[in-house]
Design a protein around this ligand. Structure first.
Ligand SMILES: Cc1cc2nc3c(=O)[nH]c(=O)nc-3n(C[C@H](O)[C@H](O)[C@H](O)COP(=O)(O)O)c2cc1C
Length: 258
């Protein structure tokens, strides 16, 4: 195993941060590495907002499903799927005029453009995560920034073709975590297929979730009296208030985008 793979294998989300600040030099290095992330057509369909204001951090820690550690993170970066810059550049380059001249339709941003911009933004975010990790700086994604679209749009002056796809909290880990507490993953056979998609059956699911079950002999207790992990997951995540809010928020954003 080389050092890079070892670092990837050891990485885990950091939600408790030490007081030790991240230097400007480190931030600069991480951001330079981030901008080298692969990007569709080399268009860089994303923007990053560094959230320096404590007031903004406080507000985001509330609007992103009440997660106080956001307000305590030494470095907070918001990743935007950004097609606005492309639209504005096309306007600057009089692309619509070209289309009229050539009798071809001028295509305004559609769902596919949003998807591509989301890919770019997330790949940039993960590049940040790994660059930071290599300097001993931990991170945690906040997917809940997809909630409360209208609040975030107004708070950060987001344009029509800009969508906050993820937030990263970064800082040096404030506590040592044991190897044992590392979150488990599903086996490769359930995630990586050869040549075609494979739908999993009941037997597969039993084996797939085995690492997540309590060790044999220990009493199995699931969230809110659920009978198994799937039921607990549905109650805790899929049907929870934050998920319903995310579904609402993304619907509004898509309507606005179109
Ligand atoms: C898209 C995405 C959204 C996430 N959102 C949150 C979040 O809102 N709050 C949080 O504490 N962790 C969040 N996480 C971190 C996951 O909970 C974490 O990656 C997962 O439990 C696996 O743990 P590990 O990163 O330590 O391996 C998110 C991760 C991803 C990839």
């Amino acid at each position: 195993m080389n050092q890079t793979i070892e670092m990837i294998m050891k990485r885990r989300s950091t939600r408790v941060f030490s007081e030790e600040p991240i230097s400007d030099e480190e931030k600069g290095l991480i951001l330079d590495a981030t901008l080298r992330a692969p990007t569709a057509g080399n268009m860089m369909l994303y923007s990053i907002i560094q959230i320096d204001s404590q007031e903004l951090k406080d507000k985001l820690s509330e609007s992103c499903d009440h997660q106080p550690f956001i307000a305590k993170a030494p470095w907070v970066l918001l990743y935007l799927a950004d097609f606005q810059r492309q639209v504005d550049y096309f306007r600057h380059c009089e692309v619509q005029h070209l289309c009229e001249e050539r009798g071809i339709p001028y295509r305004t941003p559609e769902e596919a453009d949003l998807m591509l911009a989301c890919c770019d933004a997330l790949i940039a975010a993960q590049t940040t995560v790994l660059a930071a990790e290599s300097l001993g700086i931990g991170s945690c994604y906040i997917g809940d920034v997809m909630e409360n679209y209208e609040v975030h749009r107004d708070l950060l002056h987001l344009s029509k073709y800009v969508f906050p796809i993820t937030l990263l909290c970064l800082g040096r880990p404030g506590r040592e975590l044991s190897e044992k507490s590392r979150s488990p993953r599903f086996g490769k056979e359930f995630i990586v297929y050869k040549d075609s998609y494979r739908r999993l059956n009941s037997e597969d699911f039993d084996r797939m979730y085995e690492p997540l079950e309590s060790p044999k002999g220990e009493p199995r207790q699931y969230y809110q009296g659920a009978q198994n992990i799937g039921q607990a997951m549905y109650l805790r995540k899929t049907s929870a208030d934050f998920s319903l809010e995310m579904a609402r928020s993304v619907k509004i954003m898509l309507k606005n985008w179109k």
